[in-house]
Design a protein around this ligand. Structure first.
Ligand code: SF4
Length: 717
């Protein structure tokens, strides 16, 4: 299944036009969106959008009834289509009854969902897309690669070639000229069309009004010129009132295209008379096809119903580091990106494709930060992963590693020690730069750090101790990378704690936090590991538990209590310990570390900070490490997009090394632009990814954990 996807990924990664088009847009989008929201409280607005959409989803049938009554009072017709076939049948029947030969369409994802153009053509009815992007796509016989900008994957040079072929003239890649050509071509089609088909962004139940937010004006022509207007509208577009439509009208253009408002905001309430070619009015037929096609199933699924809060702005695609590399023809079906994967599962009823697509999500969670509907897109994908994993039998190798090895501490640690001995012929300067045979791919795009000669668990005597009586005992949860690859991060942490008069110790029975097993859908193994670690740290009876890994911190603080929620005894233990668990920087800040660091001699070194996804978005920590580094006398130089994923993603970098490398290349570019000689991060996984990329690229920049930099500052003093 994944091999098939890999072929598509390789093709997309090898397409320079795609990179230029998507990369340029992604770089500009964040700025224009920020500007559009400058005078708005985004957090308050997204709460309103969520409230409106979730309440409308609960009342879907009631609102559909009310909407139908209002439209019919005005002389329109509403058809509730239970699925795609019913919607298509209604439209074809209507077209045949009315002798329709030509249809003009404005942009409508719902009509894409039911593959309407294909069905119309099969009946001999000509259908012309009139949105510029959709027209380009239609001419190329492709499907949209983005929910708002269907042809975003194409450069203007490519569009000029397509238009030249379609018109028989040699056209330059000049946007205004191309738009003019499109307008001239499409105008005749509007005038002779028998039917106009549109979608709608919002359907207001109290008045029976459709709201369309557009930039090109073609939707107005589609909905007014032809004598029949059919709107294909998903049930999730219903809201109760005009008042409820307002937060969506406010958020949609800002999040979609970084505009305060679209060029046209069209409200259609009932049939509006059409204008004949001779200028006289002719009566208008107005039909609304309210499309269910899996929406009520989504609403009734308690784990996934929040997907109905989506307003289809596509912001989640615009900020997705994976989408940026491969676009929507690979990462998507009719609907694209992360939210598109959820919609593919429920609206497209294509579970198999959704199961395949969800593996593309690296779980960085950036989409969640930008979503105006407050949809936890990556969280939903994680749930979809768990569902599809429990339905699909995992491979033997995966089961062996995650169930038998990870779940067995002694075996796991013994294997790591064996690997440390076996790697020796390949290690040079602490890095593995080439691996043989089937392992060669692992070092293709980056060097790997060597496993430590002695893991931290064998170096506990080197942990620093405070002079005099400690004011607190702090248990250290290392996580696999610190224990077996970067023991120096653990030793550095003990030095900072000792300077704060605290004693750090390492409970030897600890093991992996279990996150990789949970991420792969092995929930029982994850739960078993959680219990093991909880038992060990409960016995350690420390005042605090500190970890240098934000993924481990997130597992302890958030996932262990959830995993064990149904077992009262273990849930109590998990919750009590969760309150004592800290990530490194938060703990040091809370314990007076900033004042301590102010007493250190400035290093004169310039540092740029990379926000790990779990640190910033799961734990919400981004200011503390910067404050500490600043206080320790490092010169901070912010890189662009400091919180965009470096491409590590745990097992993701093994499953999709080519995508992981693509994200890493962007990160290295932004680090290089910052001019810093050191990149700091609070995550050993990011340290590993970034230092491997820096080494392979031969860049004179070091990647270090914040703990190491603070310990160095203390040593200097
Ligand atoms: S999930 Fe959120 S960000 Fe993505 S399209 Fe929907 S509303 Fe926009």
């Amino acid at each position: 299944m994944v091999d098939y996807l890999k072929k598509d990924i390789a093709t997309a990664l090898g397409n320079p036009n795609l990179h230029t088009a998507l990369g340029n847009f992604a770089d500009d989008y964040v700025k224009s969106r920020e500007k559009a929201y400058a005078s708005r409280d985004f957090q308050a607005l997204r709460q309103k959008v969520k409230a409106v959409k979730s309440s409308a989803a609960e009342r879907m049938h009631e609102l559909a009834k009310q909407f139908t009554a209002r439209v019919e009072e005005r002389g329109g017709k509403v058809y509730l289509a239970r699925d795609a076939q019913a919607a298509v049948d209604y439209i074809i029947r209507l077209a045949k009854e009315k002798g329709v030969q030509t249809v003009v369409k404005s942009k409508s994802m719902a009509s894409e969902e039911i593959h309407l153009n294909h069905h119309l053509q099969a009946q001999g009815i000509e259908a012309f897309e009139t949105d510029l992007g959709e027209w380009i796509i239609q001419l190329c016989k492709q499907r949209p690669s983005h929910m708002v900008m269907p042809a975003i994957h194409m450069t203007r040079q490519q569009v000029a070639e397509v238009f030249s072929r379609a018109t028989g003239q040699e056209l330059p890649p000049d946007i205004s000229r191309l738009v003019k050509v499109a307008r001239e071509n499409l105008r005749q089609k509007f005038l002779r069309a028998d039917m106009g088909i549109s979608g709608a962004n919002i359907a207001i139940a109290e008045t029976g009004t459709l709201v369309l937010l557009t930039n090109e004006g073609n939707a107005r022509l589609v909905t007014t010129l032809p004598p029949i207007h059919v709107a294909v509208v998903g049930l999730e577009k219903l809201v109760a009132s005009l008042q409820d439509a307002l937060p969506i009208i406010e958020a949609l253009p800002r999040s979609a295209t970084g505009q305060q408002i679209t060029s046209y905001v069209t409200m259609i309430t009932g049939p509006v008379p059409a204008a004949g070619l001779d200028g006289t009015e002719r009566p208008k037929e107005f039909h609304v096809v309210l499309l269910n096609n899996g929406r009520t199933g989504l609403r009734d699924d308690p784990e996934f119903k929040e997907a109905l809060q989506c307003i289809r702005c596509a912001s989640c695609l615009n900020v997705c580091p994976v989408y940026r590399l491969i676009g929507g023809h690979v990462f998507g079906d009719v609907y694209t990106g992360g939210i598109g994967t959820i919609l593919t599962a429920f609206l497209g009823q294509n579970q198999e494709k959704a199961a395949r697509l969800q593996t593309l999500c690296i779980q960085c969670g950036r989409c969640r930060e930008f979503c105006p509907g407050l949809v936890d897109i990556s969280g939903l994908l994680e749930k979809l992963r768990q569902r599809t994993q429990s339905q699909n039998k995992p491979g033997l190798a995966q089961r062996l590693v995650l169930e038998k090895v990870l779940g067995n501490r002694q075996l796991f640690h013994r294997l790591l020690r064996t690997a440390a001995a076996a790697q020796k012929p390949f290690v040079q300067g602490g890095m593995v730069r080439h691996l043989p045979l089937f392992l060669a791919g692992l070092t293709k795009e980056k060097s790997l750090p060597a496993l430590a000669g002695r893991p931290l668990r064998e170096r506990t005597k080197e942990l620093a101790r405070p002079q005099g009586k400690p004011r607190a005992r702090v248990a250290f949860f290392a996580g696999c990378l610190t224990d077996f690859i970067y023991p120096q991060i653990g030793i550095a942490t003990s030095r900072v704690l000792a300077a704060l008069q605290m004693e750090m110790f390492f409970p030897l029975e600890q093991t992996c936090c279990g996150y990789p097993a949970g991420e792969a859908g092995f929930t029982d193994t994850f739960r078993r590991i959680a219990r093991q670690n909880i038992a060990v740290f409960q016995q350690a009876n420390a005042d605090y538990i500190i970890t240098p890994c934000p993924t481990c911190a997130a597992a302890w603080k958030k996932l262990y209590p959830q995993l064990l929620a149904e077992d009262a005894d273990w849930a109590t233990k998990a919750n009590l310990l969760a309150q004592r668990v800290y990530d490194f920087s938060t703990f040091i800040m809370e314990q007076g570390g900033e004042a301590l660091m102010r007493g250190c001699h400035p290093s004169g070194q310039t540092v740029t900070y990379h926000d790990s996804c779990h640190m910033k978005r799961t734990l919400g920590v981004f200011a503390a490490p910067r404050q500490l580094l600043n206080a320790a006398g490092y010169q901070l130089a912010e890189m662009r997009f400091s919180d965009v994923c470096c491409g590590f993603g745990g097992s993701y970098s093994l499953q999709y090394p080519e995508l992981s490398a693509g994200m890493l290349q962007k990160k290295l570019q932004w680090i290089g632009e910052s001019g810093a000689g050191i990149v700091a991060t609070d995550c050993p996984g990011c340290t590993m990814q970034i230092s491997g990329g820096l080494d392979r690229a031969g860049l004179p920049v070091k990647a270090l954990h914040t703990a190491e930099l603070l310990a160095k500052a203390i040593e200097r003093s």
